[in-house]
Design a binder for this molecule. Sequence first.
Ligand code: SAH
Ligand code: TMP
Ligand code: ZN
Length: 414
Amino acid sequence: MNNELRVEKGSRCRLCGGQVEESIDFGPQPVSNAFILPTEVGGEPFFRLALGLCLSCGMAQLLDEVPRERMFHEDYPYRSSGSAFMRKHFEEVALSLVEEELTGPDDLLVEIGSNDGIMLKAVAEAGVRHLGVDASRSAVEVATAKGVRSRVDFFEESTAAAIRAAEGPAKVVFSANTFSHIAYIDSVFRGLDLLLAPDGVFVFEDRYLGDIIEHNYFDQVYDEHFYLFAVRSVQIMAARFGFELVDVEPLRVHGGAMRYKLARPGARRPSAAVSEFVDKEARLGLADPATFRRFAAGISRTRDELLAVLTDLRAGGHSVVGYGATSKSATVTNFCGIGSSLVSFVCDTTPEKQGRLTPGSHIPVMPPEAFSDPYPDYALLFAWNHADEIMAKERRFREQGGRWILYVPDVHIV
Ligand code: SAH
Ligand code: TMP
Ligand code: ZN
């Protein structure tokens, strides 16, 4: 039986066509959001997860591309609105776009990867013309119920052309944690060119390579994160496709992200922040092979330490459960070889994940009520990016003697 996913092999940079020389191979991985039923064990497709660095343009990218329909489809289980912190973040994003960019009476905002309407809800409530585009029908249905206009589609050139014909030009195209998921950037940029008004802007936010490397966030590498952007690589990308990077702003979400603003060349004056970050990345050697190799060494160390800690705890008779069946945890569990003998179950608030098994590692996913019934001795926090929110909500766990295990930036127990 061949469970290998058919993936596009290539060591050519998807941005500049140069050689992707350095790479970190995480071995065979399942589709990170493919939570399976117990009856489906044995039939999962696996693919090679390998992160490469283009030495010509500095773009960090996966070497193999998982077909988009495998990842994003009708039953894609991720729901953005599960975090109160992220709901607040996106409400602020929406209000600032409405205030600063969508000032005309009929201005249109299009969002790529609008999911359950976490951002567009506030735009809709402000009475601003909008359209979400998302590949997941089940997520779009949740958004529609909130009064958010959206369509089920992959954003690409043809989608953009259809939207432009039906709605006219967009003043803003926004995208959060989605642009990095799209390997076919050439088609997306042709679409942006068709859709954006002459003075329009493309604003997107995504995990930042600088934070990922600095804090050893190796689990941000998974199938959906095809690109790991940095300011310099986004600047090169924008220029290559006829746009200009005019502003950047670091964000405190998902462990460290960056908001990028692109406009047509000359339409806006680039802010000082752009050149400051370009200089900083050069000083840090973010696109240097040596930095990449240090990152790889840190990842191996974390794997060995995490496995040793979990193995010792279990051998000592302690109970350990996981918290947050994140996409990131697919990389951690499959790369480190963590299964249900080390972590008995993972609790998660997403109903679509509960009653299923984590992809590849087959750890049962339970509702959050299972966490305190009874409390385990240790909880491995897979959703470390939501640590403040989760630790506050689960305060009693620590009060009664429980301990959290974290593995970023290194393995430690709190
Ligand atoms: N913006 C939300 C959701 C991010 S998850 C947030 O920041 O939390 C990524 C979403 O993008 C998923 O809902 C997925 O279905 C969607 N997606 C992936 N590729 C897409 C594409 N080419 N066009 C539109 N949506 C896409
Ligand atoms: P993310 O890191 O990709 O945002 O995924 C977070 C996962 O953690 C998601 O499946 C929801 C889950 N979660 C909880 O179970 N409880 C919580 O309090 C929060 C914030 C997230
Ligand atoms: Zn390149």
